[in-house]
Ligand binder design. Sequence first.
Ligand SMILES: *Cc1c(COP(=O)(O)O)cnc(C)c1O
Length: 681
Amino acid sequence: MDNRVFFVTATDTGVGKTMTVYALALLLREEGLSVGILKPVQSGGDDAGFLRRRLGLKDSLHELNPFCAAEPVSPHLALRRAKISFDPGRVISALDVLLGRYDIVLVEGAGGLLVPLAENFLMADLAARLDCPLIVVARPGLGTINHTLLTLSEARNRGLEVAGVVICHAASGKKGLAEKNNPQDIRKFGTAPLLGEIPYIRKKDPLSVLAACRKNLDSRPLFIRKADTAVRQEKLDKDFVWHPFTQMKDWLSGTPLVISRARGSYLEDASGCRYIDGVSSLWVTVHGHGHPAITQAVARQAARLDHSTMLGLANAPAAELAGKLVGIAPEGLSKVFYSDNGSTAVEVAVKMSYQYWQNMGQKKKTGICHLANSYHGDTLGGVSIGGIDLFHKVYRGLTFRTHQVDFPDCYRGEYPQDALRAVAVFESFLKKNHVSTAALVLEPIVQGAAGMIMWPAGILKRFEALCRKYDVLLICDEVATGFGRTGTMFACQQEDVRPDLMCVAKGLTGGVLPLAATLTTQKIFDAFVRPYEDMKTFFHGHTFTGNPIACAAALASLDLFRKERTLEKLRPKIGFLARRLDRLRRNEPFVGDIRQRGFMVGIELVEDRATKKPFAWQKRVGVRVCEQARRYGVILRPLGNVIVLMPPLSISEAELDHLVSALERALEDVRGDMTRPWCGC
Ligand SMILES: *Cc1c(COP(=O)(O)O)cnc(C)c1O
């Protein structure tokens, strides 16, 4: 049995939670398990005392029931009147103590899921914090189907797993039609297994309860072994899935880690191991995983309007979101074209800039410029403007011609002179070729996939100035840098740069659903607004363009930026991370360079710090460090010899510290392996 904690809640108060806990505890004991009880909050009554006496538990009453108020009213009111302030942390500590003593702990809620425990804190929030499956107790009789399904639906919307439903008969009496039919109807309409019924039991001694429950209540559904599920899924993955950017030979010889849940800064595998999501699930997670505001917005929107095409129709979330995006974007960007991933957002920008000049009658302005080491996605348009040979070279035969602007990596050369020289060289190119140049596309300030290459201040502004001077459109690919990553909402805003086109994707929905947008100016838009017969239409669109559910997630995410003051709270954490990384730099001889802009960090590992000599790529030092970090509870994904840190913006300082400490230990381990003499075995 992998689940060691169950949270027993009910459709209402007085339904029979305590009886259910009692009966389940006895049945589980019969399976040879030791069972502890936790009643986090009690207002009136003596459930905890009853269970303690009847089950002969040795824990003190206070250990079983950390929060207790005498008045039989809603817990938040009873606690307030008793001048006790509720603290979920104390419940978690109490649970930890009991888990040290018992195989299983049954936690008994109070009332139902939406009972308040404190201001802005419901029983369901406590269940989520305890992070365990629910057992829902329902009463027999009229109304119970509605109440049970409401509870199951609320649990599902909050991402709470339900292990089963129990119907508890709290009074004697003959079963009517409702009582007889409810169990099968809950089976039919409900979304969780029915564990059974507890009949009315007059005598409450353990033997009588066991005798009454053995054949009516089935605890087996609680025993689903997570480990078996994980092994099956690992096999399915290896049998049928082809992973992106992955040498499948290596993959097939290892054991895949199957992630089955996520919350806050953590990912969790099927066996319940938790890992800090050190790269925000490939640079996307903003407010943490499973943020209720986004989860609920997605659930609401999915139920209301799941999808409707933008070809010929409009939809509410897409319209609302466009307005919001224009509101936060750099000045001048006032039109939003949706697509569904970063590569398509860039393709849209490239096609738009190209067609803009065509529509304007400047037929020769067709050239697209990009920087060395650029990464703009994996579709052929993105690959054409990609400057990373490792990813792009093999497809050169399929791509269109571009002009690559030389640009240094800012670690090995002269800093910042090399970057300034690159800008000057680009200017001489434009002087000669601006008549045939349509656009310059770049990743503003941080070239992510290249290994977190970060530009000296002022470089982006200079590129913008050249574009203006030579009448070339500037496309800023903010797919990685957008939505707070660099400390400001968009990286361009750090140098007050106003691109003609801006691409966003990764963090747009808070990292929850695929959605992308290309923003542009009224001027460019107007070049497409012509009589239909002129053939100036922008002929581009994707089936899922402007998907309402994804747009609803994005709206909820933008709302959180405001409500939770995400960027303001990020500032001190950026400083904390910088100080923590400074310590890493001083102590770790493999660390050649640490580059940080906001919450984008690249840690370049080198063989020799003095000469900056890189590790041979065949040594796969980055991969080894990240594999090792996994053992210390952190998920990372390197870019060659560069370790990337890109935590969710919502991460806490304690979690950041854990992240860097795990990396420190991993580096130490790998260094130990590499410097130890080879023994040939
Ligand atoms: C990730 C990324 C892309 C591609 O986005 P996808 O959603 O993976 O297609 C494009 N540009 C930049 C700068 C990126 O980091």
